[in-house]
Design a protein around this ligand. Structure first.
Ligand code: ADP
Ligand code: MG
Length: 593
């Protein structure tokens, strides 16, 4: 006996099939998980709908990090009764009709699945009214089931309220972080929306209290300045090969070790794209050390059919049809503009309100610093003993018994320490030497829980994101162990009270900024490696620089100190060699002796 199976094929009555077609409700719940990852994804979708409806004022209220409630109210076009009933169903959209419409998409939404997905994992109610209707319509849903539809009195526009998110997906609840972290993600989502839509007013309330209010601005630049609160940002714009760029970017000295402070937008969509972030950093040229990213915002506008936004469930990634060309155009445009602003002209770019460091602020720390650092070991290390451990190919210093045994001759070009050894002239890079020494001592004292700190007479404030504050609060022990004691002042300010004594020449807020960026962007690195990077960055900031004049005593102190570094003292923590040598034999040969 046979009967038609689910797909219309013949199946035996006693089926041995292991495979089942999932019921539509379950399919939908699984798909919903891709769109709605956490409360901030709900906010993102609802805010995008409000923007698509032409709203000029959007209010977002959240309770308990969005877990108990998210309410988004807009003054956009609203929906008729028929549309209110339809909009919460899967694949219900007014934005596209055919696949080809995707090529010229002018809206944020297009898949018609956001409201349905949110409704599948929450208790959702929506009320809406168009300007043509005397009253509005409200629909109440619970886990995809329509509970009621009724007429209501309401203002023109739409209000969506999402309660008890993931009440029917307990597994997802387990992955959510504290309400402070979830609130921080929501704040970041609203910030991106505000940056991308400068003319719209965005009001964000948290647990009934006003949290953010982005007033309407005339353009991207004004909104970015107001929203990022950084008036050192400079505006750049230009067009090339069909790509238009508007950017508000920081001076290189404000650059950070991660791209967290760099907001990128493609056709007004916030995107996370490493290669684009890298390209923006790359456009600064040599004024930006490798691995650093400027802060600010970059808005790219190009023909919609040059971009595929349908590659990520939350539409936070895009693909360019001509990826390489677009990136190269971005690089060219920005580097040209940055160059014109004199920014990439040299080590000290002319940046309107940037003061080049004064002579006193770059002068070498007194030799007391070295005494204080307590380069204690009396036993100079025999460099030859290091060879098995670490042997640079040129073996610049093999046969040499410690840097202390070199006769210091001169500091040249404000950069190089030239010394005489038994067989050669030794040339050391003063920055790399000092960086290695500082790194070593920071590293040792970090591991013995004894980083020496200096308490600031005037604690410094760091304006940062709520995520930073949340991170700093939950990682207080690690930060203190790094010598950075800080307290929280409100939701977006950290106050630094101590810094490592070995990093005393560096602005405290920069030390904290870098440490937070490195720790938060740990990625695939182990915690130990991340800490090493934080310490290396501290050492690099604090170390003497090219151009710092050193006395003979200071140069000799450096050589002694380098001997006391127990490992890898032939390279700076970033891998550059510290020393090179020119053999007397070679010189004599060249001179025909
Ligand atoms: P999409 O945005 O991809 O079309 P959604 O599920 O987010 O899908 O929304 C479905 C439809 O509901 C939208 O196409 C739009 O017509 C309507 N809609 C949703 N939110 C709003 C809103 N805030 N104002 C007006 N219409 C809305
Ligand atoms: Mg949508």
């Amino acid at each position: 006996m046979v009967r038609k199976g689910l797909l219309g094929y013949k199946q035996s009555v006693v089926s041995r099939a292991q495979i089942r077609i999932l019921p539509p409700a379950l399919v939908h719940q699984i798909a919903a998980g891709e769109v709605v990852g956490r409360p901030s994804s709900v906010v993102k979708e609802l805010v995008e709908n409000a923007m698509d409806a032409g709203a000029t004022r959007i209010e977002v209220d959240i309770g308990a990090g969005g877990l108990s409630a998210i309410r988004v109210h807009d003054n956009g076009s609203g929906m008729s009764e028929d549309d209110v009933v339809l909009c919460v169903h899967p694949h219900a959209t007014s934005k596209i009709q055919t696949f080809d419409d995707l090529d010229a998409l002018g809206t944020f939404g297009f898949r018609g699945e956001a409201l349905a997905s949110i409704a599948a994992v929450s208790r959702l109610s929506l009320k809406s009214r168009t300007p043509h209707d005397p009253g509005g319509t409200a629909v109440v849903m619970e886990g995809s089931q329509t509970q009621s539809v009724q007429s209501v009195g309401c203002a023109v526009g739409t209000t969506v309220e999402v309660r008890d998110l993931f009440f029917n997906v307990p597994a997802r609840l387990k992955f959510l972080k504290s309400s402070a972290t979830e609130s921080a993600h929501i704040a970041a989502t609203c910030l991106d929306a505000a940056l991308a839509n400068p003319r719209t007013r965005f009001i964000l309330k948290k647990d009934g209290k006003a949290w953010r209010d982005y007033l309407p601005a005339s353009d991207f630049s004004d909104r970015t300045l107001a929203a990022l609160g950084d008036d050192s940002l400079r505006s750049f714009s230009g067009s090339l090969n069909g790509v238009h760029i508007q950017a508000m970017l920081s001076a290189p000295e404000r650059a950070r070790t991660s791209a967290l402070g760099l907001h990128l937008f493609v056709n007004q969509r916030p995107v996370r794209d490493r290669s684009l972030a890298y390209t923006v950093a790359h456009a600064y040229g040599s004024v930006l050390p490798q691995g650093r990213y400027p802060t600010g915002a970059v808005f790219l506008t190009l023909s919609p059919n040059e971009v595929d936004v349908n590659v990520h469930p939350q539409k936070s990634e895009v693909r360019f049809v001509h990826q390489r060309d677009v990136l190269e155009t971005v690089r060219q445009l920005l580097s040209r503009r940055l160059g014109q602003s004199n920014l990439s002209a040299g080590r000290e770019p002319v940046w309107a309100n940037h003061q080049p460091p004064s002579a006193s602020s770059v002068s070498f720390a007194s030799s007391n610093t070295y005494a204080e650092v307590a380069y204690a070991s009396k036993e100079p290390l025999k460099l030859a003993a290091l060879e098995g451990h670490y042997a640079p190919s040129s073996s610049a210093v093999s046969d040499l018994h410690g840097f202390m045994s070199l006769r210091f001759l001169a500091q040249v070009r404000g950069l190089l320490l030239v010394c005489e050894g038994p067989d050669a002239l030794y040339v050391l890079d003063q920055h790399a030497v000092d960086e290695r020494i500082r790194f070593y001592h920071l590293h040792e004292s970090y591991h013995s829980h004894s980083i020496k700190t200096q308490r600031l007479l005037f604690p410094e404030r760091l304006e940062c994101s709520p995520e930073d504050v949340e991170y700093a609060t939950s990682h207080e022990t690690e930060l203190t162990r790094l010598g950075l004691e800080c307290t929280v002042l409100g939701g977006e300010t950290l106050v630094v009270h101590t810094i490592p004594a070995l990093a005393q020449r560096t602005p405290p807020r920069r030390l904290l900024r870098d440490a937070l960026d490195e720790l938060r962007c740990q990625g695939q690195r182990s915690f130990g490696d991340t800490i090493d990077t934080v310490l290396a960055t501290m050492a690099c900031h604090a170390a003497i620089r090219a151009g710092d004049h050193l006395s003979r005593e200071e140069c000799e102190a450096l050589l002694v100190s380098l001997d006391n570094v127990q490992a890898f003292n032939l390279h700076c923590p970033h891998g550059r060699p510290v020393v090179d040598k020119i053999l007397f034999a070679d010189i004599e040969h060249r001179l025909g002796r």
